[in-house]
Design a protein around this ligand. Structure first.
Ligand SMILES: Nc1ncnc2c1ncn2[C@@H]1O[C@H](COP(=O)(O)OP(=O)(O)OP(=O)(O)O)[C@@H](O)[C@H]1O
Length: 672
């Protein structure tokens, strides 16, 4: 991952503003540049809060296009020639110097002409590769795409394919061999481009233009050795500038254009905003909302190295627009791209690479990957097993607690009964210091059971005035004493005597020395029972609390167990999906490699057949050569014979000529 490089460039103030230093024009605020930081200052009061920004590079009014190019773009050219995609674009308000930065002047050419020259220089210096360079030039005008290298307005469409990615269908691409050819095409494009006059710029770009160089290269002198072909794209983009209608004074056609320009820049801003957000919150990136963002998609968070030059106007009247540009630049600085060399594989390279991929996939499937998944599944199973054991243990504890609680409740009821029985023997409610004290001794459950008995007792106590029970009342009631104490009211002494609690409690108290049963005072017994009751209740409450905690824990474990189950099934599903995907990939690669292998074996057979033919031809050639040698020898023999005969004939001719010469005078001499 690599961050987008962002530079800010301030143009010189326009001549009118520079000539008028009055506060009405110059204002109270100005931008100050310190190395890579830009700060807005009040001339009188120092920095304006929240208006300080840092970038990779900041250029002041003095900087030349040469320096901007050298600092921000030159490295991109090397990368493009090496096979990386790259994009450089100028962004900023209208009349801030975007076109000046991209195109430049004759004296100081801008980024585009400099980049074109450097591409061809780099191509020329790369000896081990062969290059094919194509260029295209398009504009987006009112959300229509026009080819600037042709005269007609075609309204081209954006398409997408697996091989080409996002592309403009029907866009003319010219093959070029040198920079001069490119400059001619650029001139043609400039003539077709939409410019217009506004209050702010006499030659304002009314469209976004994208100049593109496609650079294709392959290793030299190596036919199909498995080396891939590299195809990379360099985009040099001059955006139209955002504008405020009241400043530019636009109306009619210009106003319509301004609407499209501002809208598409807004979409670009939205894409940059989204990309600058943290990965998790980012969500959908709205590339499809405008043609500009769609075409620049690889440059924005994709497979490209990208540099942005944000141009700004220094004048006080443009401070808000400049601030907007700097905010855009700050967000763009947070965007990361992932550039990689773009390679297209030839069949042999594809086969080689696929074999390697298949091997890797196989290893992954059989080796560490599946082991890793198995380990995850095993761990989850273990966790689940542990939590099941824990759940069982808790269930047992819960059961024990329940039993304990029941026995405590039972015990409490018994105690209550005993208390009530004791009351019934003559203890009135008012003998408790507090009437609620009696009630508090009863558990909610125990209130139900002796209810009727309690009602009878209270009625009974109204009728009869009870005396306190004498401390020496024995286990067997004395009827006379009882009658006397109760002022003649005879009660059922048998019942009193038979109250089980009373009898049992009394028998518990015996004289330690004599072994004879001791009578415990009723108050003391009451207090003891009361204490027992309170402690029982406390135990019960504690046990209830424990029970509740255990139940909560059990629920939590149940939930945990459920989520572990879910996790397990999710990871099983994910594992199955991964295995299926990998298997599909593997199958696909195997199928492709089978096809390629078949093709390879066919070409091997062809090669073998050709080799046999070659051998046969070589044999025939040898025979022919031999024949030729023989013929040469024959010719030599014939030539020699011919030469001999020629010599012979020449000598004969000479001889006969001499004879003739000799004969002539003698003939003339004999004639009269
Ligand atoms: N750095 C600079 N040095 C000198 N002149 C500049 C500089 N930047 C811009 N200018 C001048 O400012 C004017 C406006 O610049 P330019 O046309 O490049 O702006 P722009 O941002 O492309 O505007 P628009 O968005 O309207 O097309 C031009 O006359 C240009 O020559």
């Amino acid at each position: 991952m690599e961050k987008i490089s962002v530079a800010v460039r301030f143009r010189p103030p326009n001549p009118a503003a520079a000539a008028d230093p009055s506060p009405a024009v110059a204002g109270d605020r100005e931008w100050r540049i310190d190395d890579t930081r830009v700060t807005l200052l009040h001339r009188s009061a120092g920095p304006v809060p929240g208006a300080s920004f840092a970038f990779d590079h900041v250029f002041d009014r003095e900087v030349t296009n040469e320096r901007v190019y050298g600092t921000v773009v030159r490295d991109l050219i090397g990368a493009v020639v090496d096979g990386f995609n790259a994009t450089a674009f100028a962004y900023g308000q209208t009349s801030s110097g975007k076109t000046f930065t991209m195109n430049g002047s004759d004296a100081d050419p801008g980024i585009i002409p400099r980049a074109v020259r450097d591409v061809f220089d780099a191509v020329g210096q790369t000896d081990d590769r062969e290059f094919l360079v194509r260029v295209s030039y398009m504009e987006i005008y009112n959300e229509d795409i026009n080819d600037l290298l042709t005269i007609e307005d075609q309204k081209l469409q954006i398409k997408e394919s697996l091989e080409r990615g996002v592309y403009v269908a029907g866009l003319r691409e010219e093959i070029v061999n040198n920079s001069e050819q490119v400059f001619e095409l650029l001139q043609l494009g400039e003539a077709n481009r939409h410019f217009g006059e506004t209050n702010m710029n006499a030659r304002s770009s009314r469209s976004h233009t994208i100049f593109r160089m496609v650079i294709e290269s392959s290793a030299k002198n190596q036919i199909d050795n498995g080396d891939p072909i590299r195809v990379s794209v360099l985009n040099l983009v001059d955006l139209a500038g955002s504008e405020r209608n009241h400043k530019t004074g636009t109306e009619g056609v210009r106003l319509n254009e301004a609407g499209y320009i501002n809208k598409s820049l807004l979409m670009l801003g939205n894409v940059i905003n989204k990309l600058s957000e943290n990965g998790k919150q980012r969500g959908h990136i709205p590339y499809r909302d405008s043609k500009l963002t769609r075409i620049l998609q690889p440059a924005l968070g994709g497979n490209a190295k990208t540099s942005i030059i944000c141009t700004a106007a220094p004048e006080e009247m443009h401070i808000e627009e400049t601030r907007g540009t700097l905010k855009f630049a700050s967000r763009a600085k947070c965007v990361s791209n992932c550039a990689q060399v773009n390679e297209i594989l030839t069949d042999a390279a594809l086969l080689k690479r696929q074999k390697r991929e298949i091997e890797e996939l196989r290893k992954k499937l059989q080796g560490s990957h599946s082991e890793g998944l198995e380990q995850v599944v095993l761990k989850l199973r273990n966790d689940m097993h542990k939590s099941e054991l824990e759940r069982d243990r808790l269930a047992m504890e819960l059961e024990e607690e329940r039993k304990l609680r029941m026995s405590l409740e039972h015990h409490l009821i018994e105690q209550q009964k005993k208390l009530d029985g004791l009351d019934n023997t003559g203890m009135s409610g008012d003998q408790f210091t507090d009437s609620t004290q009696l009630d508090s001794l009863k558990t909610p459950d125990s209130k139900y059971i002796p209810d009727s008995f309690v009602a009878r007792r209270s009625r009974y106590s109204n009728d009869v005035e009870f005396s306190p029970i004498p401390e020496n009342l024995g286990t067997t009631a004395d009827e006379d004493l009882w009658t006397r104490l109760n002022k003649g009211c005879v009660t059922d002494l048998d019942m009193l005597e038979m109250t089980p609690g009373l009898k049992r409690e009394a028998s518990l108290l015996e004289d330690a020395t004599s072994g004879a049963p001791l009578e415990e005072p009723t108050d003391a017994r009451c207090q003891r029972l009361e204490k027992g009751c309170i402690s029982d209740r406390q135990q019960l409450e504690e046990s209830n609390a424990r029970c509740a905690a255990l139940e909560k824990e059990r629920d939590m474990l149940r939930d945990e167990n459920k989520s572990l189950h879910q996790e397990l099934s999710d990871s099983k599903r994910e594992a199955n999906r991964l295995v299926a995907a990998k298997q599909a990939q593997l199958d696909d690669s195997i199928a492709r490699s089978v096809v390629l292998e078949r093709e390879l074996s066919r070409s091997r057979k062809d090669a073998e057949r050709l080799a046999t033919v070659k051998l046969e031809l070589a044999g025939q050639l040898d025979t022919e050569r031999q024949k030729m040698e023989e013929l040469k020898q024959d010719i030599q023999v014939v030539t020699q014979a011919f030469l001999q005969r020629e010599g012979h004939l020449a000598s004969l001719y000479a001889k006969s000529k001499a004879i003739m010469e000799n004969c002539k005078p003698s003939q003339f001499a004999t004639q009269p």
